[in-house]
Design a protein around this ligand. Structure first.
Ligand code: XMP
Length: 538
């Protein structure tokens, strides 16, 4: 089987194994019409204890027939129902006896195709709106008659379809919520999934519980047994190899696979010398000692250092590191094979957000190759095992905690595969500079942890530009490296804000760096958000 086919087959939704096929799965699907919040809807549904995945609108009917979910949510989207290219509603979706909730564009689609009136209003409605509940119906029962909600639309529903009850309105939306209990169809113009709609989660809970009758028993941890069984089935008696990076994704993926296949998994940890202080030891301690996972730790520092000699351009660094990584990994795989332990499977920590981004999601997945191990599956003819394909990052952390992964690994901030090398900016990553940067980074992390801020920051790190600045220490003129402190808050790395670290913390960090690291002559703070900057400097 090709690696892509293998991955696609592992995308199927969670279901009871061997269960009665007549029973609907405890899942609610989100039909994606391209709204910016579609992923968030699925996350909110999961937070209510119901498994949820996005399905593309073009394949909605076939997917719903295959999965038989408890409910269907039609997402928002950028189109107008009158546009030529507007994604259509597959009408049979409404005839399956499965409750449907349309949100924003999803509601307009319902209204438009069932004979109500949707028109472009003179003014759109964007941001917070006051919602007046006229008749709570089933969807809004028990919720306040006056609430705030978040709107983002230009087309507006002016009349519900025949047989529908208008539940609520806002200044600009005469029909802001509607339902037909008889047909099991519900709609809201506003976005329940965003934090600016305070009762949004309560509305989703009503839809999932009262209307769809979901058991609400799903949790990230509840996938552990399911995934372990699935991995065991995929791998059979085969052997599996995993490149451990020390990040939470590869760690959790490796632990799940280890539960499924035990010692037929070998983890390969390539120490390229570009990691932060003590990280290599932490990985070895956790996997080899605490979990007894077969672990090959390769000390490849010298190889990477010599490969990086004279390399200044950031993309050239990334390429050199990526290629060297593949080479080392291939050697290890060959060594295992020579010892009678040829692996046929490769573990990858692909997350659900990667699957969605790469246009996969539901069976037809085109796999985004993980940039740190890109090229490996093809070159080594390995089939992918991707046990995290259905999880969001915070859910992976919950699974990691459940599996007993140490706190430091579970909550580790993201760290780029090429490591410290791409944080030595405009210059070569030499042993000396890596050591300076590692020490500076260690001081920053120590102080940030001591201040209790580590978990609040998406990333915090140091950058070493290849420049020096004049200073004076004692009576002597110095000429030392500049260390830049970079700390950002973010939800997903797509955008980021520079973190307002307390002055006294910055003061402690700077004075420690200047006194504890001889080669450092100056410390500066990066106050650039993303955009216009990026998180890393190169
Ligand atoms: P930027 O700098 O583009 O980074 O805002 C977004 C996120 O990606 C990480 N990053 C990398 N991760 N290999 C990786 O594995 C890389 O070459 C790489 N470059 C950036 C960065 O740390 C941030 O989390």
């Amino acid at each position: 089987m090709s690696s892509a086919a293998a991955s696609a087959s592992s995308t199927a939704p969670v279901r009871a194994r061997g269960g009665d096929e007549a029973l609907a799965s405890e899942e609610v699907v989100v039909v994606d019409y391209g709204g910016q919040y579609s992923q968030l809807i699925a996350r909110r549904v999961r937070e209510c204890g119901v498994f949820s995945e996005l399905i593309p609108h073009g394949a909605a009917l076939a997917e719903v027939r295959r999965r038989r979910p408890r409910g269907i949510i039609l997402s928002g989207g950028p189109a107008s129902v009158y546009a030529d290219q507007a994604p259509p509603l597959e009408r049979e979706l409404l005839e399956l006896g499965v409750p449907v909730l349309g949100i924003c564009y999803g509601m307009q689609l319902l209204v438009h195709s069932l004979g109500g009136r949707v028109e472009q209003a003179a003014v759109g409605e964007f941001g917070r709106s006051a919602l007046a509940v006229r008749a709570p119906g089933r969807l809004l029962a028990g919720l306040p008659s006056e609430q705030t909600c978040w709107m983002s639309h230009r087309d507006t529903v002016f009349e519900p379809p025949p047989g529908f009850l208008t539940l609520a309105s806002s200044d600009a939306s005469p029909v802001a919520a509607l339902e037909s209990q008889e047909r099991g169809i519900y709609g809201i113009q506003f976005h329940p999934e965003v934090a600016h709609t305070p009762f949004g989660q309560a509305i989703l809970e009503r839809f999932l519980g009262e209307i769809c009758g979901c058991a609400r028993s799903w949790s990230p941890a509840s996938i552990i047994d399911e995934q372990v069984a699935r991995i065991a089935e995929q791998v059979g008696e085969g052997r599996v190899i995993c490149g451990l990076s020390g990040g939470v994704d590869s760690s959790v993926a490796a632990l799940l696979v280890h539960r499924a296949v035990g010692d037929r998994l070998t983890c390969v940890f390539v120490d390229h010398g570009l990691m932060r202080r003590d990280e290599g030891e932490q990985v070895k301690r956790a996997f080899r000692d605490a979990f007894s996972v077969p672990l090959v730790a390769v000390d490849a520092q010298e190889r990477f250092l010599s490969r990086l000699q004279g390399v200044i351009d950031p993309e050239a660094k990334r390429k050199a590191i990526g290629e060297e990584f593949i080479r080392v990994f291939e050697e290890q795989a060959a060594r295992l094979a020579a010892g009678g332990q040829r692996a046929r499977y490769l573990v990858q920590g692909t997350l659900y957000s990667d699957v969605i981004e790469s246009g996969g999601g539901s069976g037809s997945a085109r796999i985004k190759s993980h940039h740190n191990v890109g090229g490996l599956p093809e070159r080594l003819d390995l089939e992918l095992v991707e046990p995290l394909r259905m999880l969001f990052k915070d859910e992976v952390r919950a699974v990691g905690e459940q599996l007993g992964l140490p706190e430091r690994l579970v909550w580790r901030q993201p760290f780029p595969g090429p490591g410290l090398a791409i944080r030595i900016v405009g210059g070569e990553a030499t042993r000396e500079r890596l050591e300076i940067l590692r020490e500076a980074d260690h001081i920053l992390q120590e102080e940030i942890r001591a201040a209790g801020l580590y978990h609040e920051l998406w990333q915090s790190f140091c950058v070493l530009p290849d420049i020096r600045a004049v200073g004076v220490q004692g009576d002597e003129r110095t000429y030392g490296y500049v260390i830049a402190i970079r700390a950002v808050t973010s939800d997903d790395a797509m955008t980021a804000d520079w973190a307002r670290l307390p002055y006294d913390l910055l003061e402690r960090v700077a004075s420690r760096m200047l006194s504890e690291i001889r080669a450092v002559g100056r410390v500066v703070l990066d106050i650039t958000s993303k955009p216009p900057g990026t998180i890393e400097w190169e």
